[in-house]
Design a protein. Structure first.
Length: 134
């Protein structure tokens, strides 16, 4: 959500004019972006999932590689092309300032689905096991 604000006597206050009027104004205003903050416990839940999968596999040598796999497999990347037209992937960050809680929820749910697919473990059993890690 984006709010347009004006400087008031005691700090920023919502603008009284419409957004169109505000955009035409010559004086500087303030644009404030309001995001739901990310839940640290939920972030820990993702890394508990990664630890659980990592500890029960032999393919990945570092947990960071598994995290990168989840990011790519869940579509959390951007595709770009080099000068020869070759496709490359830039894995996006899951840092607190890069994703809000709703985006992270979707990312986590996608990763759980991927973990179920690659392990063959029942979804409820996997979620229960992750909960034990916390």
């Amino acid at each position: 959500m984006i709010l347009y604000m004006e400087k008031g006597r005691h700090g920023l206050i919502p603008s009284k004019c419409s957004v169109d009027d505000y955009m035409r104004m010559k004086k500087a205003g303030y644009r404030v972006e309001v995001k739901r903050s990310r839940n640290l416990a939920f972030h820990k839940k993702f890394f508990a999932l990664c630890t659980l999968i990592f500890d029960n596999q032999t393919h990945y040598k570092k947990i960071g590689h598994l995290v990168q796999f989840f990011k790519k497999a869940s579509g959390h990347y951007e595709i770009f092309y080099d000068h020869e037209g070759k496709e490359h992937y830039e894995i996006r960050s899951i840092a607190f300032n890069k994703m809000d809680d709703l985006e992270f929820q979707k990312f986590y749910d996608d990763c759980v689905d991927i973990a179920i697919e690659i392990t063959g473990v029942d979804g409820a059993a996997l979620r229960d096991e992750v909960a034990r890690f916390l």
